[in-house]
Ligand binder design. Structure first.
Ligand code: SAH
Length: 377
């Protein structure tokens, strides 16, 4: 019989940490001494408020492994820093630290790779290797905060992976990172971006967490969306937008829509008009208090091998103007870190190509059965 793996301290809730302490014959309050330090990145070895004996006991009973900075690229243009972080098993993910007027924002990864198969995205090219644990999600914030020496106040789950495809771990992470004794990052300062797993959006609604949801829409009709996002064959636009409407009705939290502009695929004025009609009819409807609609336009980041190219500046301007003329609020996403390839997935891919260790992994194509069988139970 193999022994179960040791618990990862960074994945434990305060309650679970208490249980670990009592299991070790320690008083419960030890958990309250340990938790805040763990979340500031202090390894148990260095917790000076614990006796040497307890530090030894902890070392034998649990692990605490922060991601390790493998590479760091700093943008000379805007100070954006991109981190390639290695995990305990040697897998790598990316995190990006951005400086905004309202504070430091970190973009974190939710999985090693991704199986959603969006055609324009670098993160999904090798498929999904595995989910990140709550401690690894949190570890990205802790490691980067330690490295930059300033408080990170905002988190976006927009890096490698589909956060709602790693549902339980992501929700546990949200609770952990929000804990007042830990990093204490407010839910309103956290955004989660999804390619549109509608049943998981329904489930997230029930969690009652006032985070901000972003939905990657990228096309105004099923035919063009399915052509670039395989997930659309599972949850079509009608189903997805119905989940969004109910989410807003129940939580009052508005959802923003991501729209990556790709030359010749989804960037025509006609498509902008259809997008405005679609969102207005499904989300604003006839209700007086329908959802305010916000679209983030992102000029596509060209990824080698995908064949997709950037819509020109003029196409972006025309697309935005058409949406605005129809009462939709539009932000054209600023490109941060343009000189360091800051959009996620590209650094890991480059690193793996160098190491020549592309893992065998699931993709949307070879795992549709798994996806549809996972359901939500
Ligand atoms: N899986 C989630 C979060 C990760 S991707 C999601 O799909 O939302 C974060 C955002 O970057 C998504 O809107 C995604 O569609 C977009 N994206 C991926 N590759 C891109 C590229 N090459 N250029 C521009 N945006 C891209």
């Amino acid at each position: 019989m193999s022994t179960p793996p040791l618990p990862d301290l960074l994945s434990l809730t305060p309650r679970e940490l208490e249980e670990l302490m009592t299991g070790l014959g320690e008083p419960k309050y030890r958990a309250a001494q340990i938790f805040p330090q763990l979340h500031r990145g202090v390894p148990p070895d260095e917790m000076s408020n614990l006796s040497l004996a307890l530090r030894q006991k902890l070392k034998q009973a649990a692990v605490c492994r922060l991601p390790h900075i493998e590479r760091k690229l700093l943008s000379a243009l805007d100070g954006t820093a991109k981190y390639l972080l290695s995990l305990a098993d040697g897998n790598c993910v990316e995190s990006v630290l951005m400086q905004y007027e309202h504070g430091l924002t970190i973009c974190i990864s939710s999985q090693v790779g991704c199986r959603m198969g969006c055609r324009f995205c670098a993160s999904t090219i090798g498929g999904r290797v595995r989910d990140l644990t709550p401690g690894e999600l949190l570890g990205q914030v802790i490691t980067v905060q330690k490295d930059c020496g300033a408080r990170i106040s905002n988190i976006v789950l927009m890096g490698i992976g589909e956060p709602l495809d790693n549902y339980e771990n992501v929700v546990k992470f949200l609770h952990l990172v929000n804990d007042p004794a830990g990093l204490n990052i407010g839910y309103r300062h956290i955004s989660l971006s999804t390619c549109g797993l509608a049943d998981r959006i329904d489930r997230l609604r029930e969690e009652n967490l006032p985070i901000t949801l972003s939905v990657s829409l990228h096309a105004p009709d099923d035919a063009s969306r399915s052509a670039i996002m395989p997930i659309n064959r599972r949850y079509g636009i009608d189903r997805l937008l119905e989940s969004c409407r109910v989410y807003f009705a129940a939580t009052g939290r508005r959802i923003s829509f991501e729209y990556t502009l790709i030359a010749g695929k989804n960037d025509s004025v006609g498509q902008a008009r259809r997008l405005a009609q679609l969102l207005t009819s499904r989300l604003r409807g006839k209700e007086k208090h329908g959802m305010p609609i916000h679209v983030n336009l992102i000029p596509v980041n060209e990824v080698e091998g995908t064949g997709f190219t950037h819509a020109g500046r003029e196409a972006v301007r025309r697309f935005a103007a058409e949406l605005e003329s129809r009462g939709i609020r539009v932000t054209v996403r600023r490109t941060l870190g343009a000189d360091i390839n800051a959009s996620c997935g590209q650094l890991r891919r480059e690193y793996m190509q160098q190491a020549n260790t592309e893992p065998a992994a699931e993709t949307a194509e070879n795992s549709t059965v798994t996806i549809s069988q996972r359901g939500d139970g």
